[in-house]
Design a protein around this ligand. Structure first.
Ligand code: GCO
Ligand code: MN
Ligand code: MN
Ligand code: MN
Length: 386
């Protein structure tokens, strides 16, 4: 039980289990693994897929001969292990050239270089089988609003996404884009800070149908928001193309903890939502092991992400089958049908009838809703005593 299988669509980035534990205060604590080694590590723990930034696979200064060899070896490892590459993305943040952003840099040469790098990275991703292409604008923003007009930043972003949508169509690629919002870090402030910002932005694009979201637990949490609500809104808009699962304490630095490490109850309601609505995309763990770990610890971390997801999926099944919980929910949402004439779309008769209807406001307001009981039952279910 709780063994990861391909149908669970659990994926990790090369940069996640390959994270060497460098932080702003300290040197790496783990030696780097090659992409081939990472593929084997992921196969070992039972993952379904592996995602990458262009430069996780091919170093930014690789020669064409290096590129061919690395790609050949990587593809052979995929073949050998059965792992797939459902998603790819561009590193538009590590190199000094991107210190003021990529698509939104003030320097038109940097913007053009970023566009060139992204087209090449899209080619690479598609060659490896990617169907989703992520845009995380880590450096797209400012430390000081004196430096850049935020509306100008958005216009530059829009122009590039429009260009790249047209590029993908022109190449005949079967590829969708997923924007990944984040409020800050590494920039002081990043454009398209939350799921809500990104959803609104998509509607201003030339090909909104091609562009959706890649929401991340940690990012909405850093913004102090309820991640599930953002995910639900993205789903409702038909825009949940991908998801980055990890965990994060509100108000702290960008922690990228193991899925479920901080807020198990939030993780539970998230898993329940994804499973119940029938989300078909990757369950991507964009997280990394604590800096205290060696590669055994990294495997424990990766297995932990998947195992917690599967345990919570089982808990969701129990929640939905728990007679007492379901009876409470039925009571809370009970409908005696008397409001039916006022529900649904507008008509003038309906509006007139509703305006004339006498309500017992005081009685309605007096009703207790038993949410305390419901939440306690949820806790007890999660704690394993029911
Ligand atoms: C972060 C981001 C990144 C992106 C990755 C893929 O906080 O660093 O979550 O890990 O997800 O660049 O686009
Ligand atoms: Mn992140
Ligand atoms: Mn991060
Ligand atoms: Mn992410």
């Amino acid at each position: 039980m709780y063994e990861p299988k391909p149908e669970h669509k659990f994926t990790f980035g090369l940069w996640t289990v390959g994270n060497i534990g460098r932080d702003p205060f300290g040197e790496p604590v783990r030696h780097p693994l090659s992409p081939v080694e990472i593929v084997h590590l992921l196969a070992d723990v039972g993952a379904y897929g592996v995602n990458f930034h262009d430069n996780d696979l091919i170093p930014i200064d690789a020669t064409p001969a290096d590129r061919d060899r690395i790609l050949r070896e990587f593809k052979a490892a995929l073949q050998e292990t059965g792992l797939v590459v459902p998603m790819a993305t561009t590193n538009l943040f590590a190199d000094p050239v991107f210190k003021d952003g990529a698509f939104t840099s003030n320097d038109p040469k940097v913007r053009a270089y970023a566009l060139q790098k992204t087209m090449r990275a899209i080619d690479l991703g598609v060659e490896c089988g990617a169907k989703v292409y992520v845009f995380w604008g880590g450096r797209e923003g400012v430390e000081s609003d004196a430096a850049k007009d935020p509306q100008e930043g958005l216009k530059r972003y829009r122009e590039v996404i429009n260009f790249l949508c047209a590029y993908v169509k022109d190449q005949g690629y079967d590829l969708k884009f997923a924007l990944e919002p984040k409020p800050n870090e590494p920039r002081g402030d990043i454009y398209l800070a939350t799921v809500g910002h990104a959803l609104a932005f998509i509607n201003t694009l030339d090909h909104p149908d091609m562009v959706g979201l890649n929401p991340e637990v940690a990012h909405e949490t850093m913004a102090g928001l309820n991640f599930l609500h953002g995910v639900a809104q993205a789903w409702d808009a038909g825009k949940l193309f991908h998801i980055d699962l990890n965990d994060q304490v509100i108000g702290r630095y960008d922690q990228d903890f193991r899925f479920g490490a901080v807020n198990l109850k939030a993780a539970f309601f998230l898993v329940r939502f994804l499973e119940n609505v029938g989300y078909q995309g990757s369950r991507h763990f964009d997280a990394h092991a604590y800096r205290t770990e060696d590669y055994e610890g990294v495997k424990t971390f990766a297995r932990g992400c998947m195992r917690t997801y599967l345990i919570l999926k089982e808990k969701a099944r129990r929640f939905d089958g728990d007679a007492e919980i379901q009876a409470l929910l039925a009571e809370i949402t009970a409908d005696d049908g008397t409001m039916a004439p006022f529900q649904g779309g507008y008509s003038r008769d309906k509006a007139d009838a509703l305006k004339a209807h006498p309500f017992d406001r005081v009685a309605l307001g007096r009703r207790g809703l038993a949410y305390e009981r419901l939440d306690q039952l949820t806790n007890e279910l999660l704690l394993g005593v029911r």
